[in-house]
Design a protein around this ligand. Structure first.
Ligand SMILES: [Cu+2]
Length: 131
């Protein structure tokens, strides 16, 4: 009986962990004039990530980071689904959303920004922190 309980406890402990290991970590990021919120995005290396951008501003914005330039990325929005080996940038229209899914493979701090003219200078930038 004690042995059965011990096995049951191990199973209970293992189940949520194994499910968690397969889940994507999801981070929601708002785009406005002129900021990303949050401006620091923390993700884990070796764990699939889903970044969901929402443009809550009045004008178009973009997300660009060198981190994804040589990474396999799945990009989704209202009208498109693209898998690409290296993402230059993703544009998001006002009121729209865009989703990026990828596997972080390098640790470090990597800048991201909106590359529309003047937006970075106005504050539209942030840091991708991979640990
Ligand atoms: Cu912008």
């Amino acid at each position: 009986m004690a042995r059965f309980l011990a096995i049951a406890c191990v199973l209970l402990l293992l189940t949520p962990l194994s499910v968690g290991a397969q889940e994507s970590a999801e981070v929601k990021i708002d785009m406005t004039e002129f900021a990303f919120r949050p401006a620091t995005v923390r993700i884990r290396v070796g764990r699939p990530v889903r970044l969901i951008f929402r443009n809550r501003g009045q004008i178009a914005h973009q997300f660009e980071t060198d981190y994804l330039r040589k990474t396999w990325v799945r990009m989704t929005n209202e009208s498109a689904y693209v898998e690409t080996n290296g993402l230059d940038f993703m544009g998001v229209q006002p009121g729209a959303w865009g989703r990026l899914e990828f596997m972080p493979r390098r640790i470090g701090r990597f800048a991201f920004l909106c590359t529309i003219e003047g937006h970075q200078e106005a504050g539209m930038q942030g840091v991708l922190e991979v640990r």
